[in-house]
Design a protein around this ligand. Structure first.
Ligand code: KG4
Ligand code: ZN
Length: 378
């Protein structure tokens, strides 16, 4: 099945063309074309994503990325050999989501191809099925023997637990089977990525703050900078699976105010705070996740979303396999961790493998759902 997928939920415009086969038990994804344009530079000066700028940039870039993707796939733009178009319908910024949906529906009409909506968070979950990008290429459609999609899919045992950590979400999700998701815990205020971005701003680092914090925290660790800053681990003993990161950001604000007043922070102070902030986040995520793993009896842990690009978080969770010997931890590659269109194609393929009849159903109207939740339809 050839899938054209479109992602415009936030500040990444992305289009990919994927050939998927093997069904639910042996999914294979071969990338025929893949393009992504990150709008970070446009939003940087505002310190966060501006919905109207995101909308304008998606409108400008989608036709360009489509052309590039189809040309990489060796397909004719007037009548490409696509079986289905998959588009993110939520969650995300509604003005941005609408651009992708309208574009997808227009293409569907022009080409006579069905369009299906995809939940962005299911895209993050299924992103762990995608292999390293350098193994994808049109001229290399043979699948490598090592670590194939099939082997990865077969190692996923249900019920699985998914920890989703992105700029807009922090969720623990019980995955009963592919397509059956129950959110068992979530943040009560800020998402982890949002907390990274806000703390970065307090430290005078540019947007998006996640990678910046990560970089200086790493410096504090490798250079053994003295540990001075101490921050709380919010809700770590709350005996539920919910999180709260807004208080942690405020604790950083007070720490800076109480210890430095109006004196500018040195690079060493910033690195110390960044390391402690990262440690606090990782401690809380780890504690809640291991509790949930035990309660559910899950032997598969999927961690996805942009924040899993964070080295400390990734290494800590991957090390869980050593202490929990019957556990397999799945993370996407760094490239597939942050928003992209390949993950939308992988989720679409899982959904279509579960419900193949959707390909023949009359075209449904697709609407943008900014607050779409996993487990509540698409
Ligand atoms: O999943 P994603 O690309 O977009 C959303 O769906 O939100 O996640 C973006 C978030 C941003 O908050 C960004 O700061 C964070 O992921 N992020 C990181 C790192 N790379 C990206 N956070 C911590 N460490 C990183 N290395
Ligand atoms: Zn995302």
């Amino acid at each position: 099945m050839k899938i054209l997928s479109i992602e415009t939920s936030c500040d990444e415009t992305a289009v990919s063309c994927v050939e998927a086969k093997g069904g639910l038990t042996e999914p294979h994804f071969a990338v025929l074309g893949n393009s992504l344009f990150s709008q970070i530079d446009m939003h940087k000066e505002f310190g966060g994503v501006v919905p109207n700028i995101a909308k304008r940039e998606h409108e400008k870039n989608l036709p360009i990325l489509l052309q590039k993707t189809l040309s990489e796939a060796g397909m004719d733009e007037e009548k490409p050999t696509i079986d289905v178009i998959a588009v993110t319908s939520g969650p995300g910024l509604e003005p941005a989501l609408w651009v992708g949906i309208t574009f997808a529906l227009d293409l569907g009409k022009k080409w006579g191809v069905p369009v299906i909506p995809v939940n962005h968070m299911e895209g993050h979950i299924t992103s762990v099925l995608l292999r390293k990008p350098d193994e994808f290429s049109v001229s290399n459609l043979q699948f490598s023997k090592k670590n194939t999609d099939t082997e990865r899919a077969q190692k996923i045992q249900f019920p699985a637990l998914a920890l989703l950590v992105s700029g807009g979400h922090t969720e623990l999700v019980k995955v009963e089977q592919w397509g059956q998701y129950t959110i068992i815990g979530q943040t009560r205020d800020d998402a982890v990525g949002e907390a990274f971005d806000k703390v970065a701003r307090l430290l005078g680092l540019p947007y998006p703050g996640g990678p910046q914090i990560s970089k200086i925290a790493e410096k504090a660790r490798t250079e053994h900078i003295e540990k001075t800053c101490v921050l709380p681990r919010p809700m770590i003993h709350s005996h539920d699976y919910d999180f709260s990161f807004s208080g942690l950001k405020t604790a950083v604000l007070y720490y800076i105010r109480d210890h430095f007043g109006t004196t500018p922070l040195s690079e060493t102070d910033k690195a110390d705070i960044a390391r402690e902030f990262e440690d606090a986040v990782v401690d809380v995520l780890l504690s809640k996740t291991t509790e949930a793993l035990d309660d559910i009896g899950a032997r598969t842990l999927i961690i996805a979303g942009g924040v899993i690009a964070n080295k400390k978080l990734r290494e800590t969770f991957e090390a869980l396999e050593q202490t929990h010997t019957d556990l397999t931890v799945f993370t996407p590659t760094r490239e597939h961790a942050t928003d992209n269109a390949l993950m939308i194609a992988s989720a679409a393929y899982i959904e279509l493998s579960l419900h193949p009849e959707r390909l023949d159903a009359p075209q449904q109207n697709i609407i943008a759902q900014g607050n779409l939740k996993l487990g509540h339809g698409v």
